[in-house]
Design a binder for this molecule. Sequence first.
Ligand SMILES: Cc1cc2nc3c(=O)[nH]c(=O)nc-3n(C[C@H](O)[C@H](O)[C@H](O)COP(=O)(O)OP(=O)(O)OC[C@H]3O[C@@H](n4cnc5c(N)ncnc54)[C@H](O)[C@@H]3O)c2cc1C
Length: 294
Amino acid sequence: MNLPQVKGRLEKDYFLNKLNTWRIGGQAENVFWPEDINDLQIMLNWCKKNSIPIVLLGRGSNVLLPDRGLEGMVIVTTKMDSIFWNGDSVQVGAGYSLIRLATEAGFKGFQGLEFACGIPGTIGAAIVINAGAHGGEIGSLVEDVRVLTPEGKIVVLNGEDIEFSYRHSSLAQIRCWVLESTIRLKPGGNSSDIKEVMKTLQHKRRQTQPLEYPNAGSIFRNPPGYSAGQLIEQAGWKGYRVGEAEVSEKHANFIVNKGNAKADDVLELIRIIQQDIKNKYGLVLEKEIKIINS
Ligand SMILES: Cc1cc2nc3c(=O)[nH]c(=O)nc-3n(C[C@H](O)[C@H](O)[C@H](O)COP(=O)(O)OP(=O)(O)OC[C@H]3O[C@@H](n4cnc5c(N)ncnc54)[C@H](O)[C@@H]3O)c2cc1C
């Protein structure tokens, strides 16, 4: 089947482990990096017309991709990285790096994104899951979002009309793709103070998170009133391994890839931990990461 004429890079039989921070996953049949919204739409229409399944990815820092690979089309947004500053607001493409945006905002003396300086994802995915840390969340800064609806329509939504809650937004519910967003920041900050705050937060992360190994951030959401990491540590799972996937010694809510971990190893670890926490404490640990199967 002839692929459509697009500007962005297209690869066949591409290893998924290059597309996620866990470095896990088999081969993708096709991978496409759209250059802009138009490029994305051309591919989307072609896939729809030919009944080709699509998986959308940003930086792959919150996903587990399958060992057996993915058929169809994997679309990676990282080249959709336009940026326009306009006073204290900034319009960014879905694929723009959140860490880069936080750093650039800080340099300009804008406050609000300090919390995001250690979240290694794209702005698009961050908005959909309302990424947050250290008491801050992206949802509170969103002025508007341009989305692609499941019906293929492009719509602009006001930030106020989107529901944001702990690691969730109404955009996920209606299965919209974020194309770009306007983020409003707080002007008048001192860039060296902001830089100092971010340095402290990054230092804290290096001390408490296993950033020396491939990982995908927190595996489980915190059950109301509890810390998932503390529960798993208390239950004695730190250092436990299935294959080369290991519950981090540094932070029990992280599973690290100690070499050649498989998605199936991670899934087995997740299953064992969920079962044990349910048995011991009567609590359900819900996954924060997204398991991609098809
Ligand atoms: C070391 C480390 C630390 C982390 N710390 C934090 C933290 O403090 N707080 C936090 O919230 N997260 C954290 N994360 C998780 C992750 O970085 C965030 O969830 C991030 O927002 C995911 O972005 P991504 O581009 O990597 O998304 P991906 O992993 O590529 O995708 C995640 C999901 O979003 C979907 N998606 C991707 N792009 C779009 C789009 N444009 N429109 C609609 N859906 C889309 C995908 O289909 C998938 O279901 C951490 C991860 C790591 C590895």
